[in-house]
Design a protein around this ligand. Structure first.
Ligand SMILES: Cc1cc2nc3c(=O)[nH]c(=O)nc-3n(C[C@H](O)[C@H](O)[C@H](O)COP(=O)(O)OP(=O)(O)OC[C@H]3O[C@@H](n4cnc5c(N)ncnc54)[C@H](O)[C@@H]3O)c2cc1C
Length: 407
């Protein structure tokens, strides 16, 4: 009944890509299609499923999961490579190493990247926590500072640029990290700066006082209403003319969808995302689905998806299910998510948990931190015991309920 030569390519192995691949394998199983009839191939630049949302944490040792542990048991092939081009007309994907892969159906799940504007010195001297490797680079750099000759004030100062969610989480974690590196010899300084008049502008009025108090309690200084003029080895120059001596600048100012989205030839939104319908099909590109940060999907009648792990995982599961249903001529499932929450880590000061698109605080301090811990260490992980049945079950296109408060 089914062709034995069909190939589904999934590009990316993050929250959307992993779950799309497992979701596709699960749907094949459910339809009774032989795994020999349809090949599912994940192409990703690293042979890992990285738990990207934890890159701000001091210890990221549990944030890198070998793809072999989660894809091999499900019968999903994986290839390490950087995708450089996608030809949707010829249905071919090309890699930097010269390899090319044809596809019958494609799921684009190559995520997003921190926006690094053309600020002098930023590419040379700036750090970020956008990827596992970048986060490791930052941690390795910080560890060299303790015994550093030169200006001890600059060595003990970290400037975090961008007081959005990632910047706040990163800044809250750093004072303890710096204290561990410098011991009692030097008082570390962490400065969070933003061009907006407030920190956490996109977290809304309800959460702002909680965030401001947490930053103060953690000893994080804030400077708002300024831009960055330049970064160099010795520090950072602000648009106000102020120079902050700092051996470390961490750039957390905004995310944009992977530039590969441009190759689908459709109009993208302001974040560089391609439009998808309720079934995660890229509108106007037959045979191509998209999920996660590369896609703008409708979550309810009023709201589009947010670049988040919260939305990427269900988008991945539904895209995986639908790509197989589409291939096999079966009905597709539409995705709508009736709830939206944000749980922001505030380091030693706990966390803040908001509900709704207007982000009303429903828990803070240790109660919210307990929820964040469950999210970061359990809820967003795939089964890790190489159990095929458990992996496929976890990839079912069913919506999780919102995280419990204070779990
Ligand atoms: C520090 C930090 C904290 C965050 N905190 C939260 C949070 O608390 N809650 C939340 O919901 N979201 C959070 N996010 C956002 C969340 O991590 C992203 O929205 C999510 O990872 C998007 O999932 P994705 O699968 O679309 O992309 P990613 O998880 O980024 O995965 C992209 C995949 O594509 C691969 N790839 C990229 N380019 C290529 C290429 N050219 N060729 C081949 N493969 C490629 C990558 O290797 C990776 O496997 C945070 C992000 C960061 C950086």
């Amino acid at each position: 009944m089914y062709s034995v030569t069909d190939r589904v390519l999934v590009l990316g192995s993050g929250f959307a890509g992993l779950w799309a691949a497992l979701g596709a394998a699960r749907r094949l199983d459910e339809l009774g299609v032989s795994p020999d009839a349809v090949e599912i191939v994940v192409i990703s630049s690293r042979p890992f499923h990285d738990i990207r949302v934890r890159n701000y944490e001091a210890d990221i040792s549990a944030c890198r999961i070998p793809l072999a542990d989660v894809l091999d048991p499900a019968g999903v092939r994986h290839v390490v490579g950087d995708v450089t081009s996608i030809d949707v007309a010829a249905r071919t994907v090309s890699l930097a190493d010269g390899a090319a892969y044809d596809f019958d159906r494609l799921v684009l799940a190559v995520g997003s990247q921190v926006v690094r504007p053309d600020v002098p010195g930023l590419s040379e001297f700036g750090f970020d926590v956008d990827t596992y490797d970048a986060s490791r680079r930052l941690q390795d750099h910080l560890r060299t500072l303790g015994g550093c000759a030169g200006d001890p004030t600059a060595a003990a100062t970290v400037v975090v640029v961008g007081a959005g969610l990632t910047g706040i989480e990163t800044a809250c974690e750093l004072p303890d990290v710096m204290r561990a590196i410098f011991g009692g010899d030097v008082t570390p300084r962490v400065v969070l700066i933003d061009r907006n008049p407030y920190v956490g502008s996109n977290m809304g009025e309800s959460a702002r006082p909680v965030i401001e108090k947490a930053l103060a309690d953690n000893g994080v200084e804030t400077v708002t209403g300024v831009r960055v003029a330049a970064v160099d080895k010795a520090g950072i120059t602000l648009s106000s003319g102020e120079v902050l001596p700092a051996a470390t600048v961490v750039w957390c100012a905004g995310m944009r969808a992977n530039p590969l989205t441009a190759q689908l030839g459709v109009e993208r939104d302001g974040l560089g995302r391609v439009p998808v319908d309720d079934y995660l099909r890229v509108i106007g590109v037959p045979g191509v689905f998209a999920a996660g940060d590369v896609a703008a999907a409708r979550m309810d009648d009023e709201h589009l998806s947010v670049m988040s792990c919260q939305h990427s995982r269900p988008m991945g599961r539904y895209a995986g299910d639908n790509v197989i249903s589409d291939l096999c001529g079966e009905p597709l499932l539409s995705l709508r998510i009736p709830w939206y929450v944000t749980v922001l880590d505030l380091g030693p000061a706990g966390a803040v948990y908001t509900e709704g698109w207007d982000r009303q605080v429903v828990a803070d301090g240790e109660q919210a931190k307990a929820t964040k811990r469950v999210i970061n260490t359990q809820r967003i992980y795939p089964p890790l015991d190489r159990d095929r049945a458990a992996l496929l079950a976890a990839a079912a296109p069913a919506l999780q309920t919102a995280p419990a408060r204070g779990e």
